[in-house]
Design a protein. Sequence first.
Length: 415
Amino acid sequence: MTDTEIFPQLDIPQTLAAGPGPGNTDPRVLQRFTAAGVADHMQPDVLRGMVEAKHMLRDVMGTLNVHTFGVAGTGWSGLDVMFNAVMPGDKVVVFNNGTFSGIDGLTVRMKAATAEELAANPLDPKPASVTIIDVPHGESVSGEIVEKALSEHKPKWAAMAHWETGSGRINDLRGFSDACERHDVMGLIDAVSSLGVEDFRIDDFPGVHGWASCPQKGICCLPLTYAPVSFTDRYIDVLKSTGCRSFVHHPILEARHWGIIDGKDAEKGVYHRTHSPYAVAAFHEALRITLQHGVAQRARDYAFHEAALREAVTTMGCKVSSNMTSLVVLNLPEELAGREMELVQNCRANGFGIWPTLSQPVQIRIGILNLLTQDAILEIATRFGDAMRELGAKIDTDAVRDGLNRHYDTDIAAE
């Protein structure tokens, strides 16, 4: 018999989460999470919180879709629910311009593969019914690219990431939706990184019939709480006619958990899922904060603070290749080229959580999720500059600080 080893208590230090996500959870969300009483998952206040969260989520997403709710888990859980409508043999076009749209493509290939196609290559199937449109890293998916692909392939479904955090590029949502409408294709959108950061209403994009996001980015909630999803009546009708090969992540059954039954809000849910009262409390508060801030104002704030950080890293000699407002993706100055991973590891060892890209070419990703203050941007710029200086870069600290001060002084003057 071996001795059992009891490890010391786990202590996790504070980290400045300055990457593509998860973001920095709002203290109000953490307070609601820890303040929730030890409650049965059917306790009346928990159920009331779910009903209120469902209605607030519709306001945040800008939709009248009844089938709008949260999926227990992270963005991967929400995406899995959305993509579960894709059945073996379904014709699908997927647009790929980075790491995460690439994973979306793999997910679709797994779901659309026939039994024979899946058995031939279980972890990387190549179904004949799925077309992957590859767009080079650092470029966006344009409406023209979508139009050409849908015109040529005439699929049942089309899928695209709205904001691709692998490369920091925003893809053309309007062009995607319009092309889907023209060709009677059902669009599916990965909005993991855009919901709660960009000002848009999903009902303004009628070519899109399925949406999936996450709790831990623009909504600023904790991971593993609830991933927002929303589906049109047409999506649900298709699902009713085909079914899907999932029980836990069946969109219609998941909706029943939130009291959405036969296309209407019911008094209470009927699908059993043992959920967490703590997660409900956190998600509820995150939605309250989002609505109090206002999606439009939050979008303006992200754009303003991202511009400040972009200017700061450019002054340091970096070249920015992204166009997102919650994330700056950059190339280091020529003298530091090839040392991206070393710089990232040094930063993370000091509680400064920036990220590299997860596919080639290797770049640096610096995020500002829920860091929308002058002090926060100054700290990010200062710590990043210090990390570059430790590797031998010559940084004009005064020029960086002066640029930030001018940016924020302009805002004060405008008020």
